[in-house]
Ligand binder design. Structure first.
Ligand SMILES: [Mg+2]
Length: 364
């Protein structure tokens, strides 16, 4: 029995890490990724959480959430999650606030697991030891050679059975790039596509027909996921073998419920760095299970590994190029793929240690 363990430290910091090449998808271009890291402490035990959120989340965590957390019992993570959600009510609970709550929640779970000396998946109770990954990148800013090389690498080097590329609304361009990608990954591997909301519903259906002919079985955010009716329309019109996926902008259980009730997706994507941390991820996963809809973790694979070992209905984790690179560079203990999966660590918590000194040059 550990009893009451007061939290005596909570601090957030932001880092801006340049990408290894200009990156773009169907609706956005970027040259850097912002990482918000939260450290929570009780005595000499530390927990770490993070979100790939806007740097504004640092202020929310340090000024607003810390006041709700400091002095409270580190054992009672759900109680603190309730308090944080109430506290951000008036600023809007999604977006930047959700990034902050998510990073603090994951830090608090890592802290609690550290205090009791258990891997997080053992604290929650695991359903699986290893979790399948799919390679994800294939940016629209890449030329066709770079696209082919990156996707083929995940298949031949990491053993991924599936890989995902970005597409835009231009049907002919998408067809050329998908054809090249399919040639590169070979017969066995499956190609997935993500439009990041670039298409109208009819543009999406036209692309889906071509994609289906190339064996594509996953079409992510064909239209903006703000338009749940549009997503549901596309889902209804997709060729039988093509799943409609979305959920990266689910900012908690209520958003998940709305997407599920709209029958908008065949697979619900969840992101613990946005959907209110591990607590929100597990709640949304339970909702999806009740709708008989599988889930898939969106990006940040190292952070997702423990919660994906415990969650019901899990298909896979997105092995996203940007975040894989950052997690390998800045976190001791980041997982390495084997045979298309990442596996359990025996370390307490999520098993990741932030390399503060290495990160200093990226600090904002
Ligand atoms: Mg996406």
């Amino acid at each position: 029995m550990v009893g009451v363990v007061p939290i005596d430290a909570l601090e957030a910091r932001a880092y801006r890490i340049p990408t290894d090449a200009p990156e773009a998808d169907g609706t956005l271009e970027w040259e850097a990724t912002t990482l918000v890291v939260v450290t929570a402490g009780a005595g000499n035990v530390r927990g770490t959480g993070y979100s790939f959120a806007d740097a504004g989340a640092v202020g929310v965590a340090n000024r607003t959430l810390a006041a709700e957390i400091l002095g409270e019992n580190a054992m009672d993570v759900p109680r603190l999650w309730d308090r944080m959600r109430r506290r951000v009510r008036n600023m809007g609970s999604g977006g930047i606030a959700a990034g902050a709550v998510s990073a603090v929640d994951t830090a608090l779970w890592d802290l609690k697991a550290g205090l009791v000396g258990l891997p997080l998946a053992d604290l929650w109770g695991a359903r699986r030891d290893a979790v399948p990954i799919y390679g994800s990148g294939g940016f629209t800013s890449y030329d066709d050679d770079r696209l082919a090389e990156q996707l083929a690498g995940w298949v031949s080097e990491d053993g991924c059975g599936r890989v995902k590329m970005k597409i835009g609304a231009d049907r002919r361009d998408a067809e050329r790039r998908m054809t090249r990608a399919k040639e590169a990954i070979g017969e066995e591997a499956r190609l997935m596509i993500d439009a990041n909301g670039a298409c109208t519903p009819r543009e999406a259906l036209a692309i889906a027909e071509i994609a289906d002919g190339l064996g594509v079985d996953w079409f992510e955010e064909p239209v903006t996921s703000d338009d749940l009716e549009g997503l549901a329309f596309v889902r209804g019109g997709l060729p039988g073998a093509v799943d409609c996926a979305a959920g990266e902008y689910v900012y908690g259980p209520h958003d998940a419920r709305r997407m599920l009730e709209a029958r908008a997706v065949d697979c619900l994507q969840l992101d613990a760095t946005r959907c209110l941390g591990y607590t929100g991820f597990l709640q949304a996963a339970a909702l999806a299970e009740a709708f008989a809809i599988p889930i898939s973790a969106h990006t940040a694979p190292a952070l997702h590994l423990p919660v994906c070992r415990a969650a019901p209905g899990l298909r896979h984790i997105e092995w996203f190029h940007d975040h894989v690179r950052i997690e390998a560079m800045l976190f001791e203990g980041a997982p390495v793929p084997r045979d298309g999966a990442i596996a359990a660590s025996t370390a307490a918590g999520h098993g990741l240690t932030f390399k503060t000194k290495d990160a200093e040059r990226f600090a904002l």
